[in-house]
Structures are given as C-alpha cells and as structure tokens.
Write a protein that binds this ligand. Structure first.
Ligand code: MLC
Ligand code: AMP
Length: 512
C-alpha cells in the first residue's frame, strides 16, 4: 500500500495550521507571537540538527525542559523526523531521571542548562551520545545550533503504528513503564476530540498545563492546532493571569485544581467568562462541589472527561447533552468499553467493575516490556484500565474508585509503593505506609505513616529532606505520622482504608 506523509501526525497538524492560520500560533505571557509558520520553521531546523547528529527514525529524544514555544518545536521536530519523543516532568530528580535514561536509551537528551552537568554525567553512564540545553526563554545549545542550519522540510512517512512518543507512567509494582503512543493513536484521538468538543473557527485556548503529560501535550495542543487556533501559552497555572485572559478566550482545559483555585479568585465572574465557550476538566476527579460552585459563579457547566497515558482520552461528557457532575460521560466514538470483573467478564449493568477498553486510541504496549504489556490486555484485545467504574443504562460512566493503589494529587500520579520504598530505605525506619487523603487544593494529598526502628531518633523534616534527594516534590508526603505499628488485617495486609480515615480532616481548611 502506498503511504502518504499524512499518516504522520505532524503532517496532519501542519496541513490545518499552515493552511488556515500561518500567522497565528502560540502567544506568550510577554506578548510575543510564535506563529504556526515559526513553529514549522523552527521544528524543521531542529529536524536538520537531528540529521547532523546522525539520529535515525525511531531513535528516542528525551526532554526535561521548561514549557516554552521552543519546547513545542522540539516535540514537533520529533514527530516530523520520525523520532520518538520522551518528555519528562521537570520535578523529577536526577535519581528518577537516571532510570528513564537507562530504560529509554535516548540518543539525544535536551535538558535545562542548570541540570546539564549532572545530566551529562548520567548520559555518559547510560550511553546517550548527545546532550543539549533549552531554557525557559527558549535559549540554549539546542536552539542556538538549530538556528545556524537550513530547515529540513521533509516529513517522515510514518505508518499509523509507528511510535511518536513514549510517556512514562509510574508503576504500582516495580519501575515506571514507558507507554508507546503511535502516530495513529495520537491522530485519531485528536481528530475525535476536535470533533466532539465542537471546535469552531476563532476559538482561543488558554493553555496553562505542563507539556510533559498527555493532557497539556496532546489533548490541549493537538486539538487547538487541528483548529488552527490562537493558543494563550502560559508557562504555568497562575489564577491572576488566567482571570485577566478569560475575556479574550473561548476554551480552557485544566485539572480540577485549576478550577478550585479559580473559584477562590474574586475575579471569577460571569462577565469575565462572557466569551468562554467551554471549560474542560480531567486527569483527576472533579468534585461535585467544584462543578456546582463553578456553574453558580460563571453559568458554565464544566465538561469533565476521562483518560490515561496509555489511551489518551477515553470518555467525555457531551458538548450538547447533559453534563453531569461525578460522571465522565460516554466512551468516545470508536472506543469500545466494558465493565468487567477480575477475569474480564462483563458485570451486570449498574454494577461496579474495572473499565476495559479497546480502540484506535489505545497504546501499542509498554516499551521493552512485552510481559507487562500482556498482563494489561485481555486475550480479546481489551486494555484493563485499573479504574473502578459504574455504567448506567444509557452507557454513561462514573468513576467510583481505583483497582490500582494510586494517589492523584493536583493531576499528578503518585504510587504509594514507590514512596514507601524510598522511606523504608532510610536508616532507622522499620516500615511505612503511604495514602492519599482529601485536600481542598490538590484533590488528594500524599501523607505517610512511619514505624521507626527501636531507639531511632529521626524527625519528620529529616525524612522529607532525605526523600527530596530522590523523589519529585509532588510525591513527598505533605505530612508524616509516627506510629508504633501499622494496622493489619487477618492476612497481614496493611489496612490502608483505616489509615485514610485516621487523619482524613487535617487539610480541610488548607488552601494554597
Ligand atoms: C506542585 N506541588 C505539588 C503539586 N504540584 N504537590 C502535590 N501535588 C501537585 N500536583 C508542590 C511542589 O512540590 C512544591 O512543594 C509546591 O507544591 C509548589 O510547587 P509549584 O510548582 O509552585 O506548584 P503549583 O504551581 O501550585 O502547581 C500545582 C499545579 C500543578 C496543580 C498547578 O501541579 C499542575 O500544573 N498540575 C497539572 C498536572 C497535569 O497536567 N496532569 C495531567 C496528567 S495526564 P515544596 O514542598 O517544594 O514547596 C493524565 C491523563 C488525563 O492524567 O486524563 O489527562
Ligand atoms: P495518568 O497515568 O497520569 O495518565 O493518569 C490516568 C488516571 O487518571 C486514570 O487511570 C484515572 O484514574 C485518572 N483520571 C483521569 N481523568 C479522570 C477523571 N475525569 N476523573 C477521575 N479520574 C480520572
């Protein structure tokens, strides 16, 4: 079969942006406009640099960089040249990073200038031949070198099954796994979301999410680019800034923390939202209280959708039908969903089970982990999400819990096992248990219970300081409790439900 370049996601995005809006693009907080033509040119120069560095299609390019238009160019360059983009949370420590380096074996690492020395050392240990830098203002050796080169306007002829990106998800057991997302996965999900959310010419997106996860990198950027929209591109979430931008925007995407914080801002009014068409929330449960207060203040019913790294977006509340709080809506067109028991058999309608899905959005598998991939799929091809859900007669899904031991704090996933492992490895610690409890800002907050070895003399702060050497800040327990023993059931298993209850109220009146 003859393939066209259009199976490359970048070709699809480029066709829309350059045809309809070459002079629009990313608008930064300091008033600069990086047009779609600029993005195309910048990414083509970076693609030329890849060739100079002898990178081949399929090679991994790892990036741990601040959010900037040039970071977007780097991502687009990977797509257009057939490289595999591996973005990493800027909160990850050098210890966390060295695992990703050895697992994904990138040929190029792009990092912040202030971490270059330690990353060069780690890259040398793991055999990554090239390290370049990029800072928050878009300066660094990456852009300096690319600027001297002519653009390479070729677009790699991708098959839909070619991997465009690997995004790491923390693991309930063992180490993080790299989810391989193909050009086909990303394109199909982007086209579906662009369609069902009714993007219209002139839509303007507020983009305040980080661009190292599915939500900010794929859902927000791809849909806005397919629409050739202006993107108000903020380095991070800042409620004051968003309130100022709302009157000139029509679409916003955010994690529930964004909405909780906007509600605490006196500037959030109906008038401020007068031109807004759609507020979308996802990555973590949106509380009914947030949904209702937001509607009362602004007249807008937030549209909640649900997804995960391995599958992009899976369900969405309807644009035109009823958007209900505490539900995540219906499976997206093309996504087959069933609610199953532990063996993959469908449960009765209305009963709770694990959501299993199949569709063009579902990833190709975990990077270099075929066994792990096999255990996450049923024989008939359904992917086991690990989310506990209920489906009503009409097919509307509500997430009621998680079969996986996972905390979601401000939209970031934290696996208790990883944090417990780090605590337990410290001198003087006998054992620990980590749980999530309600938090008004982050939705859930990480807390820990620690049992000390006899005569150990360790403070809460010294444990947190020690953890900071190896764990990203958002994973570090906001509070640690010292206990004589952990509650266990008859099987000897730690009763996390009891621990969740113990101090469930401690953050009730906290707000950032
Ligand atoms: C930062 N901190 C957090 C945190 N973010 N703690 C718990 N949970 C979080 N999410 C801590 C830092 O370690 C630091 O601690 C302190 O808070 C201040 O850091 P900050 O960077 O200034 O925080 P802030 O700007 O307030 O960030 C909060 C936030 C941010 C909610 C705006 O976390 C965010 O943008 N989250 C979005 C995550 C996201 O995009 N998720 C999508 C995943 S994709 P200290 O102790 O050093 O002061 C996915 C699939 C799907 O899930 O369906 O979308
Ligand atoms: P991640 O691995 O970071 O992609 O996180 C995916 C997980 O986030 C899902 O498996 C869900 O548990 C959770 N999630 C995403 N969107 C929602 C939502 N709208 N409501 C509840 N949980 C969500």
């Amino acid at each position: 079969m003859r393939r066209s370049t259009e199976e490359n996601l970048y070709a699809l995005l480029r066709k829309r942006t350059l045809r309809d809006a070459a002079d629009l693009g990313l608008e930064t907080a300091d008033g600069r406009v990086i047009t779609y033509a600029d993005l195309d040119d910048g990414s083509a120069r970076i693609a030329r640099l890849f060739a100079e560095l002898s990178l081949q299609p399929g090679d991994r390019v790892m990036a741990q960089v601040e959010k900037s238009p040039q970071a977007v160019m780097l991502y687009l360059a990977c797509l257009r040249a057939g490289m595999v983009y591996v973005p990493l949370n800027t909160a990850y420590t050098a210890t966390e990073l060295s695992y990703f380096l050895s697992d994904s074996e990138p040929r190029l690492v792009v990092c912040r200038p202030n971490t270059a020395t330690e990353i060069e050392a780690a890259a040398a240990r793991t055999g990554a031949p090239h390290v370049l830098t990029l800072d928050a203002s878009g300066e660094g050796s990456l852009t300096a070198r690319a600027a001297t080169l002519p653009p390479n306007n070729d677009i790699f002829v991708a098959k839909p099954s070619d991997v465009g990106a690997i995004l790491y998800t923390s693991g309930t057991t063992g180490r993080s796994k790299g989810a391989m997302l193909t050009h086909g996965n990303l394109s199909s999900n982007a086209l579906t979301l662009h369609d069902i959310w009714g993007w219209v010419p002139g839509d303007v997106l507020i983009h305040a999410l980080p661009i190292f996860h599915v939500h900010g990198l794929f859902v927000a950027l791809h849909t806005a680019m397919l629409n050739a929209s202006r993107i108000l591109f903020l380095p991070r979430f800042d409620a004051d800034e968003i309130i100022d931008l709302l009157p000139g925007a029509s679409v916003m995407m955010g994690v529930p923390t964004f909405y909780a914080r906007l509600l605490r801002h006196p500037g959030l009014t109906r008038d401020a939202c007068r031109n807004m068409r759609l507020f979308i929330s996802g990555s973590a449960p949106l509380l009914r209280e947030t949904f209702e207060s937001f509607e009362a203040r602004t007249g807008h019913r937030i549209l909640e959708r649900y997804g995960m790294t391995e599958a992009g977006m899976i369900t969405s509340n309807p644009l035109h039908g009823e958007r209900l709080p505490e539900t995540v809506g219906f499976p997206l067109p093309g996504v087959e969903a069933r609610v199953a028991d532990g063996s993959g058999n469908a449960v009765a309608n209305g009963d709770v089970g694990v959501l299993e899905i199949k569709g063009p959005n579902v990833f190709r598998g975990y990077w270099r982990a075929p066994d792990k991939t096999r255990t996450e799929f049923r024989d008939d091809g359904y992917f086991i999400t690990g989310d506990l859900v209920r489906m009503d007669q009409a097919g509307r899904i509500s997430i009621v819990g998680r079969a996986k031991d996972l905390i979601i704090s401000g939209g970031y996933n934290v696996y208790p096992k990883e944090v417990e492992g780090c605590i337990d490895s410290l001198d003087g610690i006998a054992e620990s248990a980590v749980v999530g409890i309600p938090h008004p800002d982050f939705g859930e907050a990480v807390i820990g219970y620690v049992v000390l070895q006899p005569n150990a003399d360790i403070s809460e702060q010294s444990i947190k300081d020690a953890l900071a050497a190896s764990l990203a800040g958002f994973k570090i327990p906001k509070k640690l409790f010292f206990v004589d023993e952990l509650p266990r059931n008859a099987m000897g298993k730690v009763q996390k439900n009891v621990l969740r209850e113990h101090n469930a109220d401690i953050f009730r009146d906290t707000a950032s």
